[in-house]
Design a binder for this molecule. Structure first.
Ligand code: FES
Ligand code: FE
Length: 447
C-alpha cells in the first residue's frame, strides 16, 4: 500500500491530545507516522553532527546520520566544517565506509568517482573518453546547507531556511550551557563513540531525557541500591527541582542542592565528585552563576528532536532512528578540556559504569524501552492510549534564576512540550520550526 501523506498528517493531529494528557500507542509503531517524522522533523530541524574535538585537523572526518540519511562531516583546510550526504552521485553507492578518519579526498569504491573535502566532485575515471566532460558543480555530493557551531557542538540542517541555531535553542541555551560552558577551555570529547542498537522507538529515549526524572526514583532503584547501599536513595523522595519546557520541543529536568556529592560519588565515582564539587566548581560558578554552577544537578536534557545529555555524568548521545521499532544509540563522554588526565579518565570509567552500553543505569532505561516496544507488537496493545498528564492543569513553577516555562521536576510538562512540537511539525510540512505564537499549555488554557 502506498504512503498517503495527507492521511498520515490527519492521524498525527489526533494521536496526541495535550489538553487531555494522552498519546496513542500507535505513535511509537505506525510506519506512516515514522515516515512523516523523517520528512517533517528530521529534514527540517537542527540535528547534532559532531563535537569539534572529534574532527580537529583538516581532513578529519566523521561519518554519521541525520535521521536515516548518512552524512560525512569534514574539517576543512580553512578550519571550517562542511557536511554532505554520504552518497555517490553516480549510482548512489555509500561514498565513505569508514566510521571516522583522516582523508585527502573521498573515492567511491564502485567506479572511482572522487570527491573533495567539501563534497565537490573532483575526479571521474575515463572522464574524457567516456563522458567528454562531467559537470562538476551539478554532480557534487549533496551538501548539508546549514551548519551551526555552538560551544564545541556542530549541528546541521537540511532546510536552508531554518532559523539560526541560537534562535532554535531559545531559552534552552541557558540549560545546555551547563554541559558546555563550565570552563573557559570548553569541552573535549574523550574515549571514542559507543554505538549500540536498542529495539525501541526513538521517542521513548528522547522524551525520557527531556522530561522524565520520575522514572529515576523507581527504575533505577536497583542500580542505586548497588551504588548507594546506605539506603539514602528512595522511591518516595520528592525533592526540590524543576522541569523546563520549550515551544520548540526541547526539555530538561533537574534537582536542586540535595545529595549532589553523594549521587556523583555513587554514580560516577569519587574522583569525578571531587572534581565537580571542588576543583571545577570555581570556574563553573564564575561563568554560569551559583544556580547552574553549584545548585542544579542530576540534570537530563533533550534538544529536539534526538540529541540528549546528562551534564553530571557528562554523557552525550544521539538517538538515531532506524525504523519505528529501532534506534542506534551513539554516545560520547564530554569533559572540561582543561581537566587533568586523571579526571578525564575518571569521567571515562565512571561513564562506562553508569551510562553506556555496559552502564548499569543505561541498561535499566533500555530494558524499559525494549519491553514497551515488544508489547506494542500486539494489535490490542498498539490500539491503546497512554497517560502523559502528570502536572496538567497545575500552575507553572517559577524561579528568578531560571528562564522559560517551568514545572515541578516530577511533571510531564516537558514531555507535552516535546509532543506538541512533534505534532505541530508532523501535521503541517510548512509549519515554521519556531512557532510564531506561544503554543504552550498556559497560553492555550487562557484562550
Ligand atoms: Fe560511485 Fe559509481 S556509484 S562511482
Ligand atoms: Fe534513566
Amino acid at each position: 500500500t502506498g504512503f498517503d501523506a495527507a492521511m498520515a498528517r490527519e492521524k498525527a493531529t489526533r494521536i496526541f491530545d495535550r489538553d487531555a494528557g494522552t498519546i496513542e500507542a500507535s505513535a511509537y509503531v505506525d510506519p506512516d507516522i515514522y515516515r512523516l517524522e523523517l520528512e517533517n522533523i528530521f529534514r527540517r530541524t537542527w540535528l547534532f553532527l559532531a563535537h569539534e574535538t572529534q574532527i580537529r585537523a583538516p581532513g578529519d572526518f566523521l561519518a554519521t546520520y541525520m535521521g536515516e540519511d548518512p552524512v560525512i562531516v569534514v574539517r576543512q583546510k580553512d578550519g571550517g566544517v562542511k557536511a554532505f550526504l554520504n552518497q555517490c552521485r553516480h549510482r548512489g553507492m555509500r561514498l565513505c565506509r569508514s566510521d571516522a578518519g583522516k582523508a585527502s579526498n573521498f573515492t567511491c569504491v564502485y567506479h572511482g568517482w572522487v570527491y573533495g573535502l567539501g563534497g565537490e566532485l573532483v575526479g571521474v575515471p575515463l572522464e574524457e573518453p567516456a563522458y567528454g566532460t562531467v559537470d562538476r558543480a551539478a554532480w557534487s555530493a549533496r551538501p548539508v546547507p546549514r551548519i551551526a557551531r555552538y560551544k564545541g557542538l556542530i549541528f546541521g540542517c537540511w532546510d536552508e531556511n531554518v532559523p539560526d541555531f541560537t534562535d532554535y535553542l531559545g531559552d534552552a541555551a541557558f540549560y545546555l550551557d551547563i554541559l558546555l560552558d563550565r570552563s573557559p577551555a570548553g569541552t573535549e570529547a574523550i574515549g571514542g563513540i559507543h554505538k549500540w542498537v536498542i529495539p525501541c522507538n526513538w521517542k521513548f529515549a528522547a522524551e525520557q531525557f527531556a522530561s522524565d526524572s520520575y522514572h529515576a526514583l523507581f527504575a533505577h532503584l536497583s542500580a542505586a541500591a548497588v551504588t548507594m547501599p546506605d539506603g539514602s536513595y528512595s522511591a518516595d523522595w520528592g525533592g526540590e527541582g524543576f522541569q523546563f519546557t520549550s515551544d520548540r520541543g526541547h526539555g530538561t529536568g533537574f534537582l536542586l542542592d540535595a545529595g549532589r556529592r553523594e549521587m556523583l560519588t555513587a554514580f560516577v565515582g569519587p574522583e569525578v565528585a571531587r572534581y565537580a564539587m571542588e576543583e571545577g566548581m570555581g570556574s563553573a560558578i564564575e561563568r554560569l552563576g551559583a544556580m547552574r554552577g553549584q545548585r542544579m544537578h542530576a540534570q537530563h536534557m533533550t534538544i529536539f528532536p534526538n540529541f540528549s545529555f546528562l551534564p553530571s555524568v557528562n554523557t552525550v548521545r544521539v538517538w538515531h532512528p532506524k525504523g519505528p521499532n529501532e534506534i542506534e544509540v551513539w554516545a560520547w563522554n564530554l569533559v572540561e578540556a582543561d581537566a587533568s588526565d586523571a579526571v578525564k579518565e575518571a569521567y571515562r570509567v565512571g561513564g562506562l559504569r553508569s551510562f553506556s552500553a555496559s552502564g548499569i543505569f543505561e541498561q535499566e532505561d533500555g530494558e524499559n524501552w525494549v519491553e514497551i516496544q515488544r508489547c506494542l507488537q500486539g494489535p490490542v496493545a498498539r490500539d491503546t492510549v497512554f497517560h502523559v498528564g502528570m502536572g496538567l492543569g497545575r500552575p507553572d513553577a517559577a524561579d528568578p534564576d531560571l528562564p522559560g516555562r517551568l514545572g515541578w521536576v516530577f511533571s510531564e510538562v516537558a514531555a507535552r512540550g516535546f509532543y506538541t512540537q512533534w505534532q505541530r511539525l508532523l501535521a503541517d510540512p510548512d509549519a515554521p520550526v519556531i512557532p510564531s505564537a506561544d503554543h504552550g499549555e498556559a497560553n492555550h488554557a487562557a484562550q
